[in-house]
Unconditional design. Structure first.
Length: 114
């Protein structure tokens, strides 16, 4: 994947970088946006992962359903909130501190499926 073909993201902090070996790395916001977008299209596993993250964050099921409904209807704020909570969970999962994420590829997450 060349840098010209890297995807563009809605979230302002999302970024993808292609390393010299051709491997594509992304920060937590880009990975989270990808997962949330898949979840919003009805892909079952990404939807379950996003719901699980939102439940662990403390949201009630009705609130989560409301966020999904709002995001599907074009509410950008709802989509951004889902992305941000998912990104926070990814950062914790990787053992990184939220303030320590930098543009350096060594601190980024592989786009490879998990």
């Amino acid at each position: 994947m060349s840098s010209r073909s890297c995807p563009r993201f809605f979230h302002p902090l999302a970024a993808v970088e292609t390393r010299s070996d051709g491997q594509c790395f992304a920060n937590a916001f880009a990975v989270a946006e990808h997962r949330v977008n898949l979840a919003l299209t009805g892909a079952l596993l990404p939807a379950l992962n996003v719901v699980k993250i939102l439940r662990q964050t403390g949201f009630a099921r009705l609130h989560i359903q409301s966020m999904f409904d709002d995001a599907r209807q074009g509410n950008h704020h709802a989509r951004l909130r889902m992305i941000e909570f998912t990104a926070d969970a990814l950062v914790e999962e990787e053992g990184l501190e939220a303030g320590a994420l930098e543009d350096d590829a060594d601190d980024q997450i592989s786009m490879a499926p998990t």
